[in-house]
Design a binder for this molecule. Structure first.
Ligand code: PLP
Length: 419
């Protein structure tokens, strides 16, 4: 019987007769030899397929609509380039993601910039690049834009609104509730909208809301549509991102079709038929197309069976920050029977540096490869140098070919900013 964990990998994952995991026709032991571990491995065809799935679902249901990829979920130039090639726009949070998006070849008109604390410098980069939409989150954004936009030109803006809807996700990734630091409540939003409408330098295009992240039930996301509609009639309504991704055997997020269908049902009920709709998927766009490959560095059978790997919090903060549950398997021994309860821990100096707890695994040995599926979202994003860790490479695989799109940091890189 096929190992159940294959369901959590991209569709082209399989197992060779000797028990080694393969991805898009390539063996993971070959990947480990060529690129080292840890490595974030992306199935490029699966990433492209997901982008098209989103694009087609939205275009079919609401022709005047666009998908913009929330770059922060996987802010690699190569990932942004895939999205651009598949016809998507980019949502960027801040100047860095905008600059990489421009390197990825995005049409600036298809860029949406977010941020609750944008600096003058970041807004200057956005205005000079002539991006399509700046999402203003506060009055200070408007003050700054009015200083920066050259007279005779106009900058398109959306106003970010707190939709005042609750969601069932982790409190750290809820953003639509009263008291959120993001956006304005309806009364404050109305005042700012009136100010923007009176400004000769700003084009009041519409309103935006983002309920939160890793939300499995699309009804919670669609609940933001009515509060946006209540603010008035605009050319654009941006409904944010937030659809949950599948990490574990138990997770059952809505499909893209179910999600888009639920959003569009609410849009048909509340929004003008000629309005342009924008959605901003991040996590659900990228998570399932990638996995992280580690090497087991130590196995300690003591109070518990500790299987320690050569990464951890340095390449995956989702587990430590949001209690995200993952699954894992010994990628070179996929035919072996699960033999013991273990806890998979990282290499960092924190007791909270736990990747998977608990987990059933075959008896692990030093040197085994361990693969953690569903790590495309927010792992590379938050990778860091804790304990002098060298951030891992991002490797794209396609038709049996593998190439690094971001190389591993070197020891020298760690001191590259010393002055
Ligand atoms: C984070 C974020 C997204 C993407 O959220 P996901 O949960 O990754 O889909 C979209 N829009 C805004 C404004 C965000 O902050």
């Amino acid at each position: 019987m096929a190992h159940p964990i294959l369901d959590l990998f991209p569709p082209r994952a399989a197992v060779d007769p000797d028990g080694t995991l393969t991805i898009a026709g390539g063996r993971v032991d070959d990947l480990a030899r060529e690129f080292g571990t840890p490595a974030i491995v992306v199935d490029e065809a699966s990433l492209r397929a997901r982008a098209r799935e989103y694009r087609d679902a939205l275009a079919t249901g609401w022709p005047n609509a666009r998908v913009v990829f929330a770059s922060k979920a996987f802010p690699a130039t190569a990932v942004q380039r895939v999205m651009v090639e598949e016809g998507l726009g980019l949502d960027v949070a801040g100047g860095g993601e905008l600059l990489s998006g421009l390197r990825a070849g995005v049409d600036p008109a298809l860029v949406v910039m977010h941020g609750n604390a944008k600096t003058t410098e970041e807004l200057r980069i956005a205005v000079e690049a002539r991006i399509g939409l700046v999402v203003v989150d506060n009055e200070d954004d408007v003050d700054r834009l009015e200083q920066l936009v050259p007279s005779g030109t106009v900058q398109g803006v959306l106003v970010r609104v707190v939709p005042e809807v609750a969601s069932s996700t982790h409190p750290h990734v809820q953003t639509g509730q009263v008291g959120s630091k993001f956006g304005l409540t309806a009364a404050a939003a109305r005042l700012l909208i009136a100010r923007i409408e009176a400004s000769p330098l700003l084009d009041m295009r519409g309103v935006h809301a983002h309920v939160g992240s890793q939300i499995m039930d699309p009804a919670e996301l669609a609940a933001a549509v009515a509060p946006l509609a209540a603010l008035g009639t605009f050319p654009v309504y941006d409904l944010g991102g937030g659809l949950g991704a599948r990490y574990t055997y138990e997770d059952r997020p809505a499909s893209v079709d179910e999600y888009v269908g639920t959003l569009l049902a609410a849009a048909r009920e509340h929004l003008p038929a000629e309005a342009e709709l924008i959605i901003e998927p991040g996590r659900s766009m990228v998570n399932g197309s990638a996995f992280t490959l580690y090497t087991v560095t130590t196995v300690k059978r003591d109070a518990r069976n500790f299987v320690a790997v050569d990464g951890g919090m340095g390449d995956n903060l989702e587990a430590a920050m949001y209690d995200q549950r993952y699954e894992a398997a010994l990628a070179g021994r996929m035919h072996d029977e699960d033999a013991e309860d273990v806890v998979v821990v990282g290499r960092h100096c924190e007791s909270g540096d736990v990747l998977v707890d608990p987990l059933r695994l075959p008896a692990a040995r030093v040197g085994d490869l361990l693969a953690v599926p569903a790590t495309g979202a927010y792992t590379h994003t938050m990778a860091n140098n804790y304990n002098g860790y060298r951030r891992p490479p991002v490797v794209f695989v396609r038709d049996g070919e593998a190439r690094a799109v971001i190389r591993r940091e070197t020891w020298e890189d760690l001191f590259g900013r010393d002055v």
